[in-house]
Design a binder for this molecule. Structure first.
Ligand SMILES: *[C@@H]1O[C@H](CO)[C@@H](O)[C@H](O)[C@H]1NC(C)=O
Ligand SMILES: *[C@@H]1O[C@H](CO)[C@@H](O)[C@H](O)[C@H]1NC(C)=O
Ligand SMILES: *[C@@H]1O[C@H](CO)[C@@H](O)[C@H](O)[C@H]1NC(C)=O
Ligand SMILES: *[C@@H]1O[C@H](CO)[C@@H](O)[C@H](O)[C@H]1NC(C)=O
Ligand SMILES: *[C@@H]1O[C@H](CO)[C@@H](O)[C@H](O)[C@H]1NC(C)=O
Ligand SMILES: *[C@@H]1O[C@H](CO)[C@@H](O)[C@H](O)[C@H]1NC(C)=O
Ligand SMILES: [Zn+2]
Length: 270
């Protein structure tokens, strides 16, 4: 037994060099199939050490948020009342795919920068913006983000409720929204069809096929699943949905019904 084992070991050991050498001969190696993959979201040199650290941490939280959203759907599908609330009877492929792209898609064609190249950061209340036709793959993060966006660890604390608070309360969901605007991630397929909690819920109730690719529905679903499963298990922090109707009626702007102003001033019409 021992002899056999050492013989095996010996023969393996002696066989190794001849097996490995040709493969190590770099003069003609084939690149691995996924050579050049970008697995981390790129952050531009214009971001200083502390800005980079906050954006990186925020993006890690975005990935934690979408990974949980995906896991919740994979486990429960439409048995989940949270799923049915935001996605109704729709099949789960699209929502799972959207979250998966954010988490595991190639990240090369996305860039976060901090140098305010379009000058928009000086506008009141702008925490960042998509560069649109100036650079479709780029997102600018403005200084306001660093003082206003919160860690997911504060989920369900400091007055936050899923239905009553803005989705951009957290770095995780703010950056998720921004990633959905990147053609490499959102593929011009994840869009704005609903604005706010009530409209997102209405989309699903109306069995609209777009609910599973609505930016708001995907953000709200991920936030509510995280609140209910992870932050305060079995309880979450949905907030007072009853009182919401009147409140949202009041903050009317002069845009047509199918349009909304984005955080950052952009106007979206559907
Ligand atoms: C590497 O490959 C080249 C060409 O195929 C050959 O000439 C050379 O001897 C090889 N080197 C080693 C260390 O095997
Ligand atoms: C190296 O690979 C190239 C392209 O596949 C091939 O044309 C060439 O003959 C190879 N050279 C050797 C020494 O195997
Ligand atoms: C990075 O820039 C911000 C301004 O946006 C500044 O407050 C911060 O101190 C800078 N950090 C470092 C390490 O220079
Ligand atoms: C849930 O999905 C299954 C297919 O996976 C379908 O048969 C069923 O009707 C759906 N139920 C609801 C309430 O949407
Ligand atoms: C694109 O650049 C122009 C000129 O700098 C600027 O006026 C415009 O606001 C920029 N667009 C966006 C979406 O930032
Ligand atoms: C929702 O839409 C799907 C496909 O468009 C359809 O099969 C299903 O019956 C609809 N469900 C309801 C409740 O209308
Ligand atoms: Zn948007």
């Amino acid at each position: 037994m021992n002899t056999l084992l050492s013989l095996l070991l010996l023969s393996t050991a002696t066989a190794l060099p001849s097996l490995i050498l040709p493969r190590n001969n770099a003069t003609n190696t084939t690149l691995p199939w996924d050579a050049g993959a970008t697995t981390q979201y790129p952050i531009h040199d214009s971001c200083n050490a502390t800005q980079r650290r906050q954006i990186e941490t925020g993006l890690s939280e975005t990935i934690a948020l979408v990974d949980h959203a995906k896991a919740h759907i994979l486990r429960w599908g439409n048995e989940s009342s949270i799923y049915r609330k935001y996605f109704g009877d729709r099949p789960s492929f699209e929502a799972i795919g959207a979250y998966e792209l954010v988490s595991n898609g190639n990240k090369g064609n996305v860039l976060f920068r901090c140098d305010n190249p379009d000058g928009n950061c000086k506008l009141d209340g702008w925490a960042g913006h998509w560069r649109g036709t100036n650079a479709t793959d780029e997102t600018v993060i403005c200084d306001l983000s660093y003082t206003s966006r919160r860690s997911l660890t504060t989920m369900c604390a400091l007055g936050y409720t899923v239905s009553g608070s803005e989705t951009n309360t957290f770095w995780a969901s703010d950056l998720l929204h921004r990633l959905f605007h990147m053609p490499a991630i959102g593929q011009n397929w994840v869009e704005h069809f609903a604005d706010g909690y009530l409209e997102a819920v209405e989309l699903a109730a109306g069995n609209r096929s777009v609910s599973t690719r609505d930016s708001e529905a995907l953000q709200y679903f991920a936030l509510e699943a995280y609140a209910f499963d992870i932050a305060v298990p079995g309880v979450g922090c949905l907030g007072d949905v009853e009182g919401l109707g009147e409140e949202q009626e009041d903050d009317g702007d002069d845009l047509p019904d199918n349009c909304h102003t984005h955080e950052g001033g952009e106007i979206h019409c559907t």
